[in-house]
Ligand binder design. Structure first.
Ligand code: SAM
Ligand code: SF4
Ligand code: SF4
Length: 332
């Protein structure tokens, strides 16, 4: 069995299919840093769907169970359903994370191609706060309609991710819980993270999950439930009357590096073994040139065996000044 230096297996691959996005979330791609002068990857540098499939096949030979398609905004990548179709033959769990703006348009094709489920990012139900956080003109109705489309076409369980930032959207948290109570949609609250180097992150902007839960408990009777797998990043809670589930992801206050079984593939073919890595492993030459999947499998195997990352557990030890890859580049 392949394990890294801390005994962690490679079970989950997040694949970024583009570094572009139609939103400019302040916490991810602030417009002043990702404006018209920003050098995005040239599209010709993107791995083709066949090349992505090769990487997934290699990882599957090493124990991979799950794939998540992400970005940037993955639904900006033309004909994404064709990638899903290829991957669906590999008998893996296939999920997608999206900002929801284009989901109504694509849900049917994605489901028909074999996508299993989607996670939609939605930080607020107030149009004003959503517009401010995402720096986009997309209406809340469009995103809620995208969520409905996901349910309609069976891309379930549908999860909604909300990044909570102190002083920005904490008042939206209860509204989101209320809105989805009584449905099968699971809202998960993520602590604002210091990913990348452009969002001017400060620890003071993070609301620790335990404080958030205390705040929610004032209005909702929530009880903890067991995780499905030890590598699940969200701690699960349900309404005591069985009217739905929520989750909290304590990426900053209670890091989960010990169970981190994730690798990330950038749109141009770099493998990253940690969300906070300052660099990736360039697989392009091997992906482009090797006819033989074994060469690629061996390369990934060697990278994983040397993996020593546990950034979040070491966050306080002075590593936060190191350069880091942007979230839009390697996917959340
Ligand atoms: N564009 C898609 C979306 O927004 O769902 C997929 C890519 S996005 C980088 C993936 C996830 O990362 C989103 O749920 C987003 O909210 C989350 N994210 C981005 N920046 C973050 C940050 N600084 N802290 C916590 N989560 C963040
Ligand atoms: Fe785009 Fe997603 Fe980043 Fe927002 S979080 S800017 S939607 S990639
Ligand atoms: Fe995994 Fe790195 Fe996040 Fe730790 S900091 S949980 S190793 S991605």
């Amino acid at each position: 069995m392949l394990v890294d230096k801390h005994g962690r297996q490679l079970k989950d691959l997040r694949i970024s299919v583009t570094d572009r996005c139609n939103f400019r979330c302040r916490y991810c791609m602030p417009r002043e840093k990702f404006g018209s002068n920003h050098a995005f990857m040239p599209r010709r540098a993107f791995l083709s769907f066949e090349e992505i499939e090769k990487v997934v096949i290699s990882c599957k030979e090493l124990g991979l169970e799950k794939v998540r398609i992400t970005g940037g905004e993955p639904l900006l990548r033309p004909k994404l359903h064709e990638l899903i179709k290829k991957l669906s033959k590999l008998n893996l769990d296939i999920a997608l994370t999206t900002n929801g703006s284009l989901l109504r348009k694509h849900a049917k094709d994605l489901a028909a191609a074999g996508l299993n489920r989607v996670t939609i990012s939605l930080d607020a139900l107030s149009q004003e706060i959503h517009t401010k956080m995402t720096d986009s003109q997309t209406s809340i109705e469009t995103i809620l309609d995208g969520i409905d489309a996901a349910i309609e076409f069976g891309l379930t369980p549908v999860k909604v991710n909300c990044v909570v930032q102190k002083g920005v959207n904490e008042a939206e948290v209860k509204k989101l819980v209320s809105h989805f109570q009584g449905t099968d949609v699971i809202v998960r609250f993520i602590e604002y993270m210091d990913v990348g180097c452009t969002n001017d992150w400060m620890l003071g902007q993070v609301i620790p999950s335990k404080d958030l839960l205390k705040y929610l408990q004032k209005d909702f009777d929530l009880i903890p439930i067991n995780s499905i797998s030890s590598s699940d990043v969200a701690k699960r809670w349900m309404h005591s009357d069985n009217s739905g589930e929520i989750g909290v992801i304590s990426s900053v206050s209670n890091p989960f590096c010990g169970d981190c079984v994730r690798a990330r593939l950038s749109a141009n073919g770099y493998l990253h073994t940690c969300l906070f890595a300052s660099g990736g492993h360039d697989l392009r030459a091997i992906i482009h040139n090797s006819e033989n999947i074994t060469t690629l499998t061996n390369a990934i195997k060697a990278i994983w065996a040397r993996r020593d990352d546990r950034y979040s557990e070491q966050r306080s030890t002075g590593n936060s000044a190191l350069p880091r890859i942007e979230m839009s580049y390697i996917g959340g």
